[in-house]
Design a protein around this ligand. Structure first.
Ligand code: SF4
Ligand code: ZN
Length: 427
């Protein structure tokens, strides 16, 4: 005999992972959507008139988030403007395909889309980084670069807030990872539904209490268009371990995910525990608890052909990196993160080959990005990059795909980080 829906008299077709209730499709949709609406309202996540950038990767979480934000904004008249913001890490066979999904979502949900790439920001794609460092620490580079890329993209769009698709499972995993690492600073803030409120760009997580299984179920029954292939450079082993651990615990105690989040929320840190002091990177102006932020350190290692120094796991490596950074001293103090990608450039007379470059200075000498590692091997001729400026954008070109006359270039807009006197973004 068919089971009856716990909310109406229809036949149930699913059992909700979060509550165990047997529900019909419509009642599941309603319960799922209302819970997210309550999360948004109770935590006061959105203010009328704000512009919200939805971090969109084309995966299930961000696709459901975009769909849900649009649906609830219309249904409950939040009065916010929504835009999709994607980061292109430069992973052939993965991100290029998932971005095609985002482009379809843009049409399906009728939302503007901005894509910002690692290549554009850092001069490196993940494909090139993996060629340099292999598959061991690639996710460390990728994670650090992505966080900044999303913030920088959002600043370019002049949005008020970023909404991300982090779900309850992600947050529970992060709590466990921070416990295992003894990272008290992150442990204290990783359960916050909004971070960065003391800076210019807050980030919020409308799916903080939403189970991953229910997101998949919703996307499946609603037939949403999302990309489900794993990154070719995964797995991120450490998070995978935390995930497997929580799945095991969940089998014995189904409420484990929410319980871990509640535990994280209730933790208080002793006054005597020293927390990292947040300042700004002296090179790029991004928030950092060290004089030079992690992304700038990693870029320095990559550009010098010594990427392991950017990870700096050993005392010797960290010392060498500090020496390298201090050698550049004053001359680099005012340089931006992207200036560093021009290290080792040489001049040629060929025209700029950057796609979409609207440079007014095409006849000027171009730049061939040629950099050698310690053994003299060329490590930066991936695209035979020829630039019509030296990478410092002095001729108003290269980094901006289509700069209109009088409009600020990407680098000029990003210099907001350099001018910031206070931390602008929390993470
Ligand atoms: Fe980047 Fe690693 Fe995620 Fe791939 S699995 S997108 S390399 S963080
Ligand atoms: Zn920096």
């Amino acid at each position: 005999m068919p089971t009856t829906c716990a909310s109406c008299n229809e036949n149930a077709i699913l059992k909700r992972p979060k509550t165990g209730d047997a529900l019909c499709k419509e009642c599941f949709y309603f319960a799922f959507e209302e819970e997210i609406h309550h999360t948004i309202v109770n935590a006061d996540l959105l203010q009328r008139g704000e512009t919200i950038a939805i971090g969109a990767s084309g995966g299930k979480d961000s696709t459901v988030l975009a769909y849900m934000m649009k649906l609830l904004n219309d249904r409950y008249d939040y009065g916010v403007n929504l835009v999709l913001l994607s980061v292109d890490e430069g992973i052939t066979g993965y991100r290029d395909d998932s971005l095609e999904t985002v482009k379809r979502n843009q049409v399906q949900y009728d939302l503007p889309l901005k894509i910002i790439s690692y290549e554009e920001l850092y001069g490196w794609t993940m494909d090139a980084i993996v060629k340099q460092i292999g598959l061991k620490n690639n996710c460390t580079f990728c994670g650090v670069f992505r966080r900044q890329a999303l913030d920088r993209g959002a600043l370019l769009l002049k949005v008020d807030k970023i909404a991300t698709g982090h779900n309850a499972d992600d947050i529970a995993e992060t709590v466990i990872m921070n416990v295992l690492r003894g990272d008290i600073g992150r442990l204290r803030r990783c359960t916050a539904i909004t971070t960065g409120t003391d800076g210019a760009l807050p980030r919020c997580k409308p799916f903080k209490y939403t189970y991953e299984k229910e997101i998949v179920m919703y996307a499946y029954f609603k037939n949403l268009d999302y990309f489900s292939t794993e990154c070719i450079y995964s797995p991120n082993a450490y998070r995978g371990f935390a995930r497997a651990y929580i799945k095991d615990v969940e089998k014995i105690r189904p409420s484990a995910i929410i319980d871990i989040i509640h535990s994280g929320e209730s933790l208080s840190v002793k006054k005597e525990v020293r927390m990292p002091v947040q300042g700004v990177c002296e090179r790029c102006g991004y928030i950092s608890s060290n004089p030079v932020c992690k992304a700038c350190v990693m870029l320095e290692g990559l550009n010098k052909g010594l990427p392991r120094l950017g990870i700096g796991k050993t005392h010797k490596e960290r010392r060498k990196m500090n020496e390298m950074l201090s050698e550049q001293g004053d001359s680099s103090a005012s340089s931006s993160l992207s200036d560093m990608s021009s290290l080792g450039e040489s001049l040629s007379n060929k025209p700029c080959d950057r796609s979409g470059c609207a440079c007014l200075n095409k006849s000027a000498q171009s730049v061939t990005v040629l950099q050698t590692d310690q053994s003299g091997n060329n490590i930066r001729d991936r695209a035979g990059q020829l630039r019509c400026c030296s990478g410092d954008n002095q001729s108003g070109c290269c980094r901006n795909s289509q700069p209109a006359t009088g409009e600020k270039t990407v680098l000029e807009k990003l210099s907001i980080f350099n001018k910031a006197k206070k931390p602008v973004i929390d993470f």
